[in-house]
Design a protein around this ligand. Structure first.
Ligand code: GDP
Ligand code: IMO
Ligand code: MG
Length: 422
């Protein structure tokens, strides 16, 4: 058995939560491998919309186990909040939700450091979700961090106090930065008590034994390839490896145990936060996509920047991740347009460019578009790909040819049912 991977190919919010939910019946375990509560994964079914931040998107299917892997960073306050929100749905968390002992904890001061760092960057700010992600991963690589397994150690409080002290020392270097640490700590300790009720496991053994026992595992990515710490539009990225390789380090899965890689993308493109976005539309068309697509962040509520799909960026993401199949999301949103544009390549300094460039932050990039006819038909009632309008099928076929990977899922609405399997 191998671990299949599902991840975002653009700048996050591609619709990963929805597709994980749709695919979950095929799996025994859903495992998050990186990121933290900066993620917001939306699932919709039976008229209810759920947004998950740290809990894997397989949590609503009673027969499926869910694991938060070692590569994830956990804020106990947000984690408790997610569990509280799910209380009406009678989920047996103690039996179905497992946490890696090696997952790192987001301390209250990590959030303060995130905010202080962003403020000090002024107009160069990353546009962080301010969930403490960067500072927590910095402490992980700086070898200062606290892990879930540490909660059970008799000297946990000492380790916690020492790290808080260190953070307060750093915070003193920032001017005009006030906070109420006592209030934050109270919530944090409450969250920690809830976290303690869940099974903390050696998740690398848990998963590898499950594979040996023939169980099917899906690794759920957060963020998107262009936010990857190594391959994204650095420094406007998150602090983890969001790509397929992140599954190996974030779950303890060997590279030769990776199976299918399912790449999720929107039929257009969005980004939230700062940083380059070559096909961004700052005109009325971008505004129409945002309005029609309700493109506002699931975690922060910020408006998402919108633009056409970018094949230079998509080919790059497919290459880095070894994508074997694609899911195209939000096709229904493009129904309003007479023509749909696709960026085929860039012109930079008068030259044609087909490979995503290193210095994308500083370059004057002119995206070159091909225009394809729109379908101008409501897709949201469609339940079979065979009945899809010809123009949609042509769009899908064109992308498959250009990207050289099959598109197996076309999504036509936020609900579980609004999913066309090809
Ligand atoms: P994720 O972070 O990748 O899980 O994506 P988000 O949940 O942040 O954002 C995707 C948004 O699009 C959510 O509001 C989903 O409910 C919604 N969505 C997903 N697929 C579709 C679709 O095919 N059509 C429409 N209209 N909405 C979709
Ligand atoms: P999901 O899993 C979209 C963006 C932030 C910011 C940058 C760094 O829902 O797709 P961070 O808080 O990680 O320090 O922010 O990354 N970002 C996301 N954008 N979807 C996400 O997650 C994101 N997680 C982080 O907006 O630009
Ligand atoms: Mg999201």
């Amino acid at each position: 058995m191998k671990v299949d991977v599902l991840l975002g190919l653009q700048w996050g919010d591609e619709g990963k939560g929805k597709v994980v939910d749709v695919l979950t019946p095929k799996y025994n375990i859903i495992a998050r491998f990186q990121g933290g509560p900066n993620a917001g994964h939306t699932l919709e079914f039976e008229g209810i919309k759920h947004v998950l931040h740290t809990i894997p998107s397989g949590i609503f299917r009673p027969e499926v186990l869910n694991l938060v892997g070692n590569g994830v960073v956990i804020d106990p306050v947000i984690f408790k909040g997610e569990m509280d929100k799910l209380a009406p749905f009678n989920i047996n968390f103690q039996e179905r939700l497992f946490i890696s002992k090696k997952a790192h904890l987001i301390l209250p001061t990590h959030k303060l450091l995130d905010a202080a760092s962003e403020t000090s960057k002024g107009k160069n700010k990353i546009g962080s979700t301010l969930k403490g992600i960067g500072p927590t991963y910095m402490d992980k690589t700086g070898r200062n961090g606290l892990r879930v397994g540490d909660i059970f150690s008799p000297n946990f409080k000492e380790k916690y106090d020492a790290l808080i002290e260190k953070h307060l020392g750093i915070l003193r270097h920032y001017d005009d930065f006030s906070y109420d640490l006592k209030a934050l700590e109270k919530d944090w300790m409450e969250g920690l008590e809830v976290l303690k009720t869940l099974k903390a496991v050696d998740s690398e053994h848990f998963l590898n034994q499950a594979l040996l026992a023939g169980k099917k595992i899906l690794a759920e990515g957060a963020q998107g390839t262009m936010l990857d710490i190594d391959f994204g539009t650095y420094p406007f990225v998150t602090s983890s490896n969001t790509v397929t390789a992140g599954t190996c380090t974030g779950l303890g899965i060997a590279p030769n145990k990776i199976g299918d890689v399912i790449g999720i993308f929107k039929a257009y493109c969005t980004r939230v936060g700062s940083g380059p976005f070559p096909t961004e539309l700052l005109d009325e068309v971008g505004e129409e996509i945002r309005r029609e697509g309700r493109e506002f962040g699931a975690t922060t509520g910020r408006p998402r920047r919108c633009g056409w799909i970018d094949l230079v960026q998509m080919r790059y993401a497919i290459m880095i991740n070894g994508v074997t199949e694609l899911s195209m999301m939000k096709a229904d949103i493009l129904s309003i347009f007479d023509e749909i544009k696709v960026c085929t390549h860039y012109i930079i300094n008068g030259e044609k460019v087909v490979d995503f460039p290193f210095d994308v932050n500083d370059l004057e990039i002119e995206p070159v578009y091909l225009s394809l006819p729109g379908w101008k038909t409501d897709l949201t009632e469609l339940r079979s790909y065979a009945n899809a309008p010809k123009e949609l099928k042509d769009y899908v076929t064109y992308l498959e040819k250009e990207l050289n990977v099959p598109i197996n899922v076309v999504s036509v609405g936020p609900d579980r049912e609004q999913t066309l399997l090809k």
